[in-house]
Design a binder for this molecule. Structure first.
Ligand code: CAA
Length: 412
């Protein structure tokens, strides 16, 4: 019998503070519409040094485990996907393992390839369970990042921070993934990188968009070939129409619009229909509203979470529409600069609405505080070793400083 495998439960964590993107535009002397319409942003999560990648990961992981109501002794794998770790050697996953008191008998490590790191962890977990090696055990995959480009740079309005944790098991109540039916695309490019010792990313912004789209076209077409061969979708070219929704990696929300248009272009070219971008941009508007837009509102309120952005898109989509999507297939595209990428798919679970409700996403956002641009700039200038020293929220974690070369965390 085929092994069912996928996402059983989700937990999210975001920083306590955010800025309104229109406040940022005004402070930079930019028309607010450039950020709201041109980039698709609304709010940007701001992490203070106490809300580091570990603290956010541990908080999201605790919430995912609580939502799954899982016997922790049944966990065999913990992978944290991140590109903003806190140590060159000791992984974020090791801190999370210790802070949550998880079993000794598990594999614990980080995966890194820019924003793809979380997907690397997810694919490992799926294949570990699907192969039978897990012997009935579950995995915890966490995507956690603090995205910084620096004050007054072109990338500034696309910053963000947060963490999303997923329990992966043979009980995929939220999303059963199509095991082995994926398309991948990798090339050696310098579109986005962060040299050792630098806190802010380097990016060739417009080139990075081109790299993303080239990778998407290639990964999507490989997924399509496999999905047609396994009769998940019909042949003839227009495979994307068979997907009820598509969630894309969203470094900024407008990227999803560019991505969806590109997928359409691939489909039409594969079907032998000439590509007419002007005509298709008009026609694509409604398709985009139906197939992609529902995955964006949550992302637009947090900003880029690098490894987590795709999965925040998925969580936001299901929080809004899980009931109507039950039993339907959706597509997902993960992109990591540098670059590697993967297009994959899965079927929304019959009880996904109840399970995603357990993540209490609205409650997590509701306790945030809007801060001024002056306060945001003050936080950005803090040393990463100087947390504000605020108490963590109930059940949450905060980095409290370094003692004897060891990072210390407190829990609420
Ligand atoms: N009203 C409405 N729209 C406006 C406007 C106005 N007044 N002014 C400008 N715009 C529109 C522009 O037309 C443009 O839209 P299109 O892309 O549809 O043409 C959009 O706003 C952005 O304008 P610019 O291209 O002029 O903006 P920019 O050059 O200042 O920066 C950016 C844009 C390059 C994406 C920059 O934000 C950036 O470097 N971001 C970080 C890199 C990034 O996110 N890359 C994505 C792919 S890489 C990846 O996915 C990995 C990852 O997570 C980083």
């Amino acid at each position: 019998m085929k092994t069912r495998v996928g996402i059983e439960a989700i937990g999210v964590a975001v920083p306590r503070r955010y800025v309104d993107i229109e406040d940022l535009a005004r402070a930079r002397g930019v028309a607010p519409a450039k950020y709201t319409q041109g980039l698709g942003a609304r709010e940007m999560a701001i992490a203070e040094p106490g809300e580091d990648t570990v603290a956010l990961a541990a908080e999201a992981a605790r919430r995912a485990l609580d939502a799954a109501n899982l016997d922790r002794a049944n966990l065999g794998l913990l992978v944290v996907g991140t590109e903003t770790g806190v140590d060159h050697s000791k992984p974020v996953a090791s801190y999370v393992h210790g802070l949550l008191g998880l079993p000794r008998t598990m594999r614990v490590y980080d995966t890194q390839h820019a924003c793809y790191g979380g997907t690397a962890g997810l694919m490992t977990a799926l294949e570990w369970i699907g192969s039978g090696a897990a012997a009935g055990r579950s995995a915890l995959v966490v995507c956690s990042d603090v995205a910084r480009y620096g004050v007054a740079t072109a990338g500034e309005p696309t910053q963000g921070a947060g963490s999303i944790a997923m329990v992966i098991s043979q009980h995929p109540a939220i999303l059963e993934l199509d095991l082995g039916i994926t398309g991948t695309s990798s090339t050696h490019v310098h579109d986005f990188w962060r040299p050792i010792g630098q806190r802010e990313a380097q990016v060739d912004g417009h080139y990075s968009v081109e790299c993303y789209l080239a990778a998407l076209g290639s990964a999507y077409r490989e997924w399509k070939t496999r999905a047609i061969a396994r009769e998940l979708v019909r042949g003839g070219g227009l495979a994307s129409e068979a997907l009820a929704r598509i969630c894309y990696h969203v470094p900024f929300c407008k990227m999803a619009r560019k991505a969806h248009l590109h997928v359409r272009r691939c489909d039409l070219e594969d079907a032998g229909v000439p590509w007419d971008v002007a005509a298709e941009e008009t026609r694509a508007a409604q398709r985009f509203e139906d197939q992609v837009q529902p995955s964006l509102p949550l992302c637009s309120r947090i900003g880029n979470v690098y490894t987590g952005s795709l999965y925040f898109g998925l969580a936001g989509l299901l929080d809004a529409q899980a009931a109507e999507l039950a039993g339907k297939r959706i597509g997902l595209f993960s992109y990591g600069s540098g670059c590697t990428s993967e297009f994959f798919s899965g079927v929304v679970g019959a009880h996904a609405a109840e399970r995603i409700a357990a993540a209490r996403i609205a409650d997590v956002l509701a306790v945030r505080e809007r801060i001024s641009i002056a306060e945001y700039e003050r936080i950005m200038a803090l040393s990463p070793a100087s947390p504000l020293g605020e108490p963590p929220p109930a059940g949450g974690f905060r980095f409290a400083g370094v003692t004897d070369h060891r990072r210390q965390y407190v829990t609420g």
